[in-house]
Design a binder for this molecule. Structure first.
Ligand code: FAD
Length: 310
């Protein structure tokens, strides 16, 4: 596989960020290599309707959108390989990127390994993902007009999601495992002042209930103090318990914040010639269009960097 040849650009990750970077670098005749990783196509492969990606007025299924990204990048000469990167050596260009198949060398590296939403880990939650269970209020809130929604979490991001969802839902519940919120005071005030939002204290979701036709109809809640369980009717369950950026292989090599997101200046990491884009470096927007936009930026920066080396 790897041989001694040195690639112009190695892109780690094949979500919207990585495949957009690949498209731009391929059209610049750089023949990029994409190492697709454990989830080829990225997070949109596990969702159904995507209604907010421009250019698709009728909406598009997540997997179909990503197949189109892939076909477009490949059509211009991207080499996509379904391999998982296990380690990197970014001490000097050409950089080394090692998968289970061997080691590739690249003059530049673009990192687009994304972030993984935290789920509860329930079998029933997996069953209803995309059919009543979501980890993205911005993406899926619109589908819950005048419906009852339950959000899990107690930190700032959960309250932000819950508050946002009150624009759509007839009622929004926030199920929190403790008897006080972890969120900042200002976010707590926002939650308490919102008439549509009700907090279910000392409550954990132990099961998602529903059927194949209706999707989610209720969740089973357990009281963390008494152990009692009850059914709580809801049309949707949103997880607001955060994301984990996929950066374990870069620990001690690249600068990252306390949560593990890569720190960048624009799309430049602290290593000259190594760029990062998409959710791996963005804990704010986390959308396909923003990831794709950053992928474009990273590709153009990589091109400029390569020109500067000549
Ligand atoms: C259920 C759900 C629904 C969503 N719906 C929408 C929506 O409707 N609209 C919208 O705009 N956004 C939506 N999002 C958010 C959107 O999916 C993300 O913002 C976007 O996918 C981020 O793109 P990315 O390329 O940065 O990373 P990701 O899509 O996360 O892709 C990361 C890539 O990195 C690869 N990777 C990870 N580790 C390694 C490794 N060690 N070696 C090689 N590769 C690796 C993975 O295989 C994957 O290909 C949704 C997210 C979820 C979870």
């Amino acid at each position: 596989m790897s041989g001694n040849d040195i690639r112009n650009v190695i892109i780690i990750g094949s979500g919207p960020a990585g495949l957009t970077a690949a498209l731009y670098n391929a059209r610049a005749n750089l023949a990029p290599l994409v190492l697709a990783g454990p989830e080829p196509g990225g997070q949109l492969m596990i969702t159904t309707d995507v209604e907010n990606f421009p250019g698709f007025p009728e909406g598009i299924q997540g997997p179909e959108l990503m197949q189109r990204f892939e076909a477009q990048a490949e059509g211009f000469g991207t080499d996509i390989r379904r391999e998982i990167v296990e380690s990197v050596d970014l001490s000097a260009s050409p950089f080394s990127v090692t998968t289970e198949e061997g080691t590739y060398r690249g003059k530049t590296v673009i990192i687009s390994t994304g972030a993984t939403a935290r789920w509860l880990g329930l079998e029933s939650e997996t069953r209803f993902r995309g059919r009543g269970v979501s980890a993205c209020a911005t993406c899926d809130g619109f589908f819950y007009k005048d419906k009852v929604i339950t959000v899990v979490g107690g930190g700032d991001s959960a309250i932000e999601e819950a508050t946002y969802l009150t624009r759509f839902g007839s009622k929004v519940y926030l199920a929190h495992r403790r008897d006080e919120l972890r969120a900042s005071q200002i976010m707590q005030k926002r939650a308490f002042d919102n008439e549509k939002l009700e907090i279910l204290w000392n409550s954990v979701v132990t099961e998602v209930l529903g059927d194949d036709l209706a999707g989610v109809t209720a969740v089973r809640l357990k009281d963390t103090q008494t152990g009692e369980e009850r059914e709580h009717a809801t049309d949707g369950l949103f997880l607001g318990i955060g994301h984990d950026p996929n950066t374990a292989i870069f620990k001690g090599i690249l600068d990252m914040d306390d949560d593990g997101y890569l720190l960048t200046d624009g799309v430049k990491t602290n290593v000259d010639g190594v760029f990062a884009c998409g959710d791996v470096t963005d804990h704010v927007y986390q959308q396909a269009i923003t990831a794709a936009g950053m992928g474009c930026q990273a590709a153009i920066e990589a091109e400029h960097w390569l020109e500067g080396q000549e």
